[in-house]
Design a protein around this ligand. Structure first.
Ligand SMILES: [Zn+2]
Ligand SMILES: [Zn+2]
Length: 463
């Protein structure tokens, strides 16, 4: 049975106990943040109230913040004064749409529990200001409040891109682009989950994804009087989705490929043949290779469907999130810390399993050792109308304890453990810049059907 009280786990030394107590001391601050942010949900790149609330709380604790400025989010550094690795802890600011959630505000709600993450980040910030919190440690800690983890409102974010405000749809990638990750060595965060009551859990990683905007273009005509003069873009989109569906059995099970389109515009008025139909989707997969390979097949199907109707389709692929690979050595370290906090029976790390969802922690894992395990404390389905934070002790206080004890584990003994993780890490890219260049290459925007003057029709769907 899981023990819910604190530090009833394995044997921990006095200093570790003290660190956990430093978190407990700020329980009210943590709970207040959890409630406030729950009550003020905001979607990605619009989290101004959340940013203001957290900024004020951090500044009250004595932190100097580096603010993103034209978008929400900030970071702050705590330096031990002794050279050593830099550990990065993240909290996500954004909520998402779930209109039917009974506590949604204008349809927006923290149905992914990011409010609990922010509360935990504030908790560790408060604890790290306690006297003796940094004793025996080297290096430094960066605490970062990041916007826009949920990949939604693509059109709004595209507009921000056009205005030159952002370059990337995901907040962490945007922060990487802004240089906010430069100098960081190891990154971690906990995500709140409602799918298990086990206080701490984890997997080996997550799917990555490409965001897709698919615009079928036809020809408007009177739907009753002259439909033969039109080209029905909605029908073309239906064909495209069906053609993509017919490919599903070619997806390899182990690659966890997902294509889940929605129609965001299907026509203007009922008595006119729709001349434009817009579709959004992600193409997800376990590896970048599987994403690229299957995305190309899907694009071929979408283009072929347009051609069969004499329609056009504009294919827009936008790099989404990279697959997350939890660093195995860092995950081992995290498991030990989790057991220290709640005991062996209350921790479940399933190293053979991958989440089929996507997160921009995947992008972080491309450039440094990173992990994204889970803290319990929520109930209901993530993104669902029944998702609530039921146990803020587990969701926020345990998480903050995990953070401070991870800092201790990684930076004690002259950073021995962190240095070991860095030495063993399998870097996928030589630098953040190299990674961003690679991710840029996934972007594509083109009309996929070329109607030649000589009557010859070709399709151009490859990146
Ligand atoms: Zn989510
Ligand atoms: Zn989330």
């Amino acid at each position: 049975m899981c023990i819910e009280t604190l530090l009833e786990g394995s044997i921990v030394n006095e200093h570790q106990k003290n660190l956990a107590l430093m978190v407990e001391k700020h329980r009210e601050l943590i709970f207040a943040a959890e409630r406030y942010i729950w009550a003020h949900p905001e979607t990605g790149y619009r989290e101004w109230m959340t940013d203001a609330y957290l900024s004020e709380a951090f500044e009250k604790l004595g932190y100097t913040l580096v603010k993103a400025g034209n978008i929400p989010g900030f970071y702050t550094d705590i330096d031990t004064g002794i050279p050593g690795p830099k550990v990065l802890i993240l909290g996500e600011l954004d909520a998402l749409y779930c209109e039917n959630h009974p506590e949604s505000v204008d349809g927006v709600v923290h149905a992914c529990g990011h409010n609990a993450q922010c509360a935990a980040l504030l908790g560790v910030a408060a604890a790290l200001k306690e006297e003796g919190a940094l004793d025996g440690l080297c290096g430094s800690v960066r605490l970062m409040a990041v916007p826009a983890e949920e990949l939604l409102e693509i059109e709004y974010r595209q507009k921000l891109k056009e205005q030159g405000i952002i370059k990337y749809l995901g907040g962490k990638v945007e922060f990487m682009h802004r240089g906010f990750f430069d100098g960081c060595d190891i990154a971690f965060m906990l995500h709140t989950t409602g799918t298990t009551e086990i206080p701490f859990s984890g997997l080996s990683g997550n799917n990555g994804c490409i965001a897709k905007k698919i615009t079928y273009k036809g020809k408007a005509a009177h739907a009753g009087g002259s439909p033969h003069m039109g080209i029905n873009a909605l029908y073309a989109a239906n064909l495209g989705i069906n053609a993509a569906n017919a490919l599903r059995e070619t997806f390899i099970d182990e690659e966890h490929v997902r294509f889940h389109p929605i129609i965001t515009k299907g026509g203007d008025v009922v008595n006119t043949i729709p001349d434009e139909c817009t579709v959004e989707s992600f193409l997800r997969g376990k590896t970048i290779d599987s994403i690229k390979r299957n995305n190309e097949k899907i694009n071929r199907a979408l283009a072929g469907a347009a051609l069969s109707m004499g329609a056009q389709v504009h294919l827009e692929d936008i790099s989404g999130y990279a697959p997350l690979i939890n660093d195995p050595v860092l995950l081992d370290c995290a498991e030990k810390v989790m057991i220290d906090i709640v005991g062996k029976d209350c921790v479940r790390i399933n190293r053979g399993a991958t989440s089929k969802g996507s997160t921009d922690m995947g992008d972080v894992s491309c450039v440094m050792p990173a992990i994204h395990p889970y803290a319990a404390g929520a109930v209901g389905l993530g993104h669902g109308a029944n998702y609530f934070i039921r146990d803020p002790e587990k969701a926020c206080v345990n998480a903050a304890k995990f953070y401070i004890l991870m800092v201790y584990e990684l930076l004690k003994d002259n950073g021995e453990q962190a240095k070991d993780i860095l030495a063993k890490h399998d870097y996928l890219y030589p630098s953040i810049r190299a990674y961003l260049e690679e991710t840029d290459r996934l972007n594509m925007s083109k009309d996929a059907v070329i109607y030649g003057e000589d009557g010859k029709i070709t399709v151009d769907y490859k990146n």
